[in-house]
Design a protein around this ligand. Structure first.
Ligand code: UN1
Length: 541
């Protein structure tokens, strides 16, 4: 099977290769100017292609500056979720019979539209969730890659339909039994969609993860009720843009329905409603596991395609290239202000190099500019919300009680009305709760070790198992680590990032243990199969 037709978008890389960073920046800066003139409206939900309003609104502000109002969205209720589920159920009747080639064509169109609009989408993303231009364009690229990769996957697998033909036999057998020859059978073995999927998306990747999960569901023939992050951390305008671009791509009405509203109403209805056959979710462990429990307790068997958080470690051995480790670790811990499931939050460093590693790491972190992420030079943007800031302050207080704060811990004052904080490097004991709980903040715990195997044990000794990194030149250590690390996405000696930045088609993004549920990852070969069920259909003429 060849996946050679798939090509990554790699926008920034291409601009750099053609020595044209000036043009890259101009396109992003122009898009920001256009965007600022075009926000602040009131937006409906869309069910079956029709605009639907609720009786109350959710107002979304930019985390960059709370004085920038992004838009007013509908505060959807349970009844709206039910309407959307009904619409998706009706649309399924036709959509699941649409030839896979047509579905592939629609999502290829979607990829083209995402690509044509990439700078506008990246600008909106930065304004909506506070990403830098590099992170934003990378995320839009990831969405384009998901669309192209999954389209290519369905094509390569010929719609996941296999035809088998049994041998002819003229012998007449009176009673059937296992292994008896029969007349010639034509058997179709198909992977088929399950029905309506609820897609519940996170704030931190509202374009790529929202698109990836939704495309996964729809390209395999399911229909979708999509809920962007709508409460504490709102990212509804990117969600709406996804809706609009899917429609422009030729997706029939009702196949993708856009609902905004709180998880306690809209999200909960998707979980408890018997007409929803699957849930694709990316978010916290507590939310994910509670949805699964609730649905099973009601006797509902849904396909859960979930990715749920991490507490990702890296090990820096005494045989490490320290410069490389510092580069990879600082970007994994502090890129997008530590607000990725894949972010690095624990570093196990060999005691013999601890001092030098820490001093080089802090030198590097000092160079990161904090502030408005729309400005090219700022690497660290705002925290997403006040609640995140409260968690930051609480964590700093805990570090001061139980460990030692080596760098950072303060809020930065800017002209902007947002939560800008210093990245934090702290030395902690391995049993500290901050070393075990996911914080979703730019806080990096350093823990020293003497024995390499003990470091792997400590790295594995949390409930999560999403990403992990290692820096060493020692072959035995690479082997030990590869054999023992309990994580889905593992990087060894990677200077760009110790734990973040999976590339569609190159890596797979999969959580083990409390980080996932199915053991299959996105952006790779087994992703789509999670949205389907198998059927063998035998026809004897
Ligand atoms: C997440 O934060 O939910 O590899 C996932 C990465 C991203 C995935 C982040 N593509 O860092």
């Amino acid at each position: 099977m060849s996946y050679s037709k798939f090509k990554n978008e790699f926008t920034y890389k291409k601009f750099m290769e053609s020595n044209n960073e000036v043009e890259f920046d101009r396109l992003f800066d122009d898009a920001i100017l256009r965007l600022k003139k075009n926000i602040g409206s009131t937006y409906p939900m869309y069910i079956s292609g029709k605009a639907i309003n609720s009786d109350s609104l959710l107002t979304e502000y930019s985390p960059i500056d709370k004085n920038i109002m992004i838009g007013r969205f509908q505060c959807g209720k349970r009844e709206h979720a039910k309407m959307a589920i009904d619409a998706a159920k009706k649309a399924f009747d036709e959509w699941h019979l649409v030839d896979y080639k047509k579905r592939v064509e629609i999502f290829k169109n979607f990829a083209v539209l995402l690509s044509t609009n990439k700078f506008d989408l990246a600008a909106l993303l930065s304004l909506e969730n506070g990403k830098s231009r590099y992170e934003s364009i990378g995320e839009v690229d990831e969405a384009i890659d998901f669309a192209n990769y999954y389209a290519n996957d369905v094509e390569t697998n010929k719609g996941y339909i296999r035809k088998n033909i049994s041998d002819n036999s003229n012998i007449k057998i009176n009673a059937g039994f296992q292994g008896a020859p029969g007349a010639s059978e034509i058997v179709n073995i198909k992977l088929l969609p399950v029905g309506v999927f609820g897609v519940i998306a996170p704030f931190n990747f509202p374009i790529s993860i929202s698109s990836g999960m939704s495309i996964g569901a729809m390209i395999t023939g399911n229909t979708v009720v999509f809920k962007p992050s709508s409460t504490d951390n709102m990212t509804m305008l990117t969600g709406l843009r996804i809706y609009q671009l899917l429609k422009e791509s030729g997706l029939p009405d009702g196949v993708f329905n856009f609902i905004t509203g709180p998880g306690s109403e809209v999200g909960d209805e998707l979980v408890v409603n018997k007409d929803v056959s699957g849930i694709a979710f990316t978010g916290s462990y507590d939310t994910g596991i509670n949805m699964i429990k609730k649905s099973l307790n009601l006797g509902l068997q849904k396909n859960f395609v979930v990715e749920m958080g991490g507490k990702n470690p890296a090990i820096v051995s005494k045989h490490a290239d320290i410069e490389k480790a510092v580069d990879g670790i600082s970007s994994a811990a502090f890129g997008y202000t530590g607000q990725k499931c894949s972010a690095l939050s624990r570093v196990y460093v060999h005691s013999s190099i601890k001092e030098i590693f820490i001093s080089k790491l802090i030198d590097k972190v000092r160079t990161f500019h904090i502030g408005d992420p729309l400005k090219k030079t700022n690497y660290i943007g705002p925290l997403i919300s006040e609640n995140a800031y409260i968690r930051y302050v609480e964590s700093i207080n805990k570090i001061k009680r139980s460990g030692s704060l080596l760098y950072g811990g303060n809020r930065i004052s800017t002209q902007l009305n947002g939560y800008y904080v210093e990245p934090v490097v702290a030395e902690l004991k391995n049993d500290d709760e901050l070393v075990h709980n996911e914080l979703f903040l730019p806080i990096l715990a350093i823990i020293e070790f003497d024995d390499f195997n003990k470091a792997i044990e400590m790295a594995n000794n949390v409930k999560y198992g999403l990403t992990a990194g290692l820096y060493t030149k020692n072959k035995n250590e690479i082997k030990e680590f590869s054999n023992k690390i309990a994580a889905g996405v593992v990087y060894i000696n990677r200077a760009t990032s110790a734990t973040t930045g999976a590339v569609v088609g190159l890596h797979t993004f999969v959580g083990w243990k409390a980080s996932g549920f199915t053991g299959k990852g996105s952006g790779s070969k087994y992703y789509l199969q999670q949205f389907m069920r198998e059927q063998s259909l035998s026809l004897t003429k």
